[in-house]
Ligand binder design. Structure first.
Ligand code: NAD
Ligand code: ZN
Length: 347
């Protein structure tokens, strides 16, 4: 293993990401070094690329970005047990403190002190990444690496959708980004009746339809109200807000059935308002969603893929890492589902 490696580094406090030679990290106690096979581009990576207000507050220039990946263990740090060199793994991108009330209560997905791989410490857009052994998730041989590379957002979709009992229910998803697309598939997979998804992008709506959505609505041309009327629904039992768009959020509230349940994943802009009567008089239950359950969501994802969940339909681009600029362009334009970059030369 060489002393340096290639990595995508947020070098400048400006738009862009740079491929650089940086020192190869070495694993500390209870950590492992992973040789990365594939890294997927997340919306967060795009935010960092674009250097928006959130990244300016959260990213130190010099950071190696990326947290959606799969690879093989190259080296075990001191104290690591239960893993061997060569094991194929992905990893949970949130490193939890282990000490706060929630961690001690067995609820680390709501740890008060999480650190993000590829955000607060160096990440996986690199030939090698170091993570705590406790964050690893072993990937069975039957699961292709280009799918395992995006278990992290698959986990956001699964954690959000599986928050509620979906059997026989009518579901509205606002936002057909990669996470909304996968969530639509999960809702159908576990037995929802109508799964209706909105977006402003036809390419993505088509992916959602192919994944299992029963109806797609481009809100630039059509309305949720129109589809609700056409299908004779009273409203939706379950709402998944996955757009981060204030209008979409309010539209969703408006079309919930009384007593309905809403999961909020999309990051709504500061100061987003809503019609409180929709929530209060309809007795809605609203649930904020962060990350995924450690590690029950990972277990469910793995078993869903092994039992035929068509995750591959969310993957639209599998490109060599050398073409990373093209990958970020695709994400910027939104003409894509998941974009996975390969470090091995084998696609
Ligand atoms: P994305 O930005 O690719 O998807 C959002 C989609 O919403 C886009 O396809 C966009 O065209 C669509 N949209 C925009 N305006 C809309 C409107 N008015 N109505 C319907 N759709 C509209 O993001 P993603 O990666 O799929 O993630 C979804 C959201 O979840 C984002 O807001 C992201 O920041 C957030 N997120 C949250 C967590 C968490 O832990 N809570 C984790 C990952 C991502
Ligand atoms: Zn904690």
């Amino acid at each position: 293993m060489s002393q340096t490696m290639r990595a995508l580094v947020k070098r400048e406090a400006a738009e862009g990401i740079w491929m650089e030679e940086v020192p190869t990290p070495s694993p500390g106690t209870n950590e492992v070094l992973i040789k990365v096979e594939k890294t997927a581009i997340c919306g967060t990576d795009l935010h960092i690329y674009l250097w928006d207000e959130w990244s300016q507050r959260n990213i130190e220039p010099g950071r190696v970005i990326g947290h959606e990946f799969v690879g093989c263990i190259e080296q075990l740090g001191d104290g690591v047990t239960g893993y061997e060199v060569g094991d194929r793994v992905s990893a949970e991108g949130h490193i939890v403190c282990g000490h706060c009330r929630n961690c001690r209560a067995g609820q680390p997905h709501v740890c008060a002190n999480t650190i993000g791989i590829g955000v607060n410490r160096d990440g996986a857009f690199a030939e090698y990444v170091v993570t705590p052994a406790s964050n690893l998730w072993p990937i069975p041989d039957e699961i292709a690496p280009e799918l395992a590379a995006f278990f992290d957002p698959f986990g956001n979709a699964a954690h959000c959708a599986l928050q509620f009992d979906l059997v026989g229910e009518d579901v509205l998803i606002t936002g057909a980004g990669p996470i909304g697309i996968i969530a639509a598939g999960i809702c159908r997979h576990v037995g929802a009746r109508h799964v209706i998804i909105t977006d402003v992008n036809d390419y993505r709506l088509n992916l959602a339809r192919n994944m299992g959505a029963t109806r797609t609505i481009n809100v630039k041309r059509d309305s949720i109200a129109h589809v609700v009327e056409e299908l004779g629904l009273d409203g939706f039992d379950i709402g998944l807000e996955m757009s981060g768009n204030a209008t979409a959020f309010n539209d969703l509230l408006h079309h919930m059935y009384h007593g309905g349940k809403v999961a909020l994943l999309g990051l709504l802009p500061d100061g987003t308002g809503c019609d409180w009567e929709q929530i209060i008089f309809k007795g809605l239950e609203l649930h904020g969603i962060y990350g995924r359950r450690m590690y029950e969501t990972w277990y469910k994802m793995t078993q869903m893929v092994l039992t035929g969940f068509p995750l591959r339909r969310a993957l639209t681009h599998h490109i060599p890492i050398e073409n990373y600029e093209h990958g970020f362009e695709l994400m910027k334009d939104g003409e894509c589902g998941k974009v996975v970059c390969d470090w091995t030369g084998v696609i």
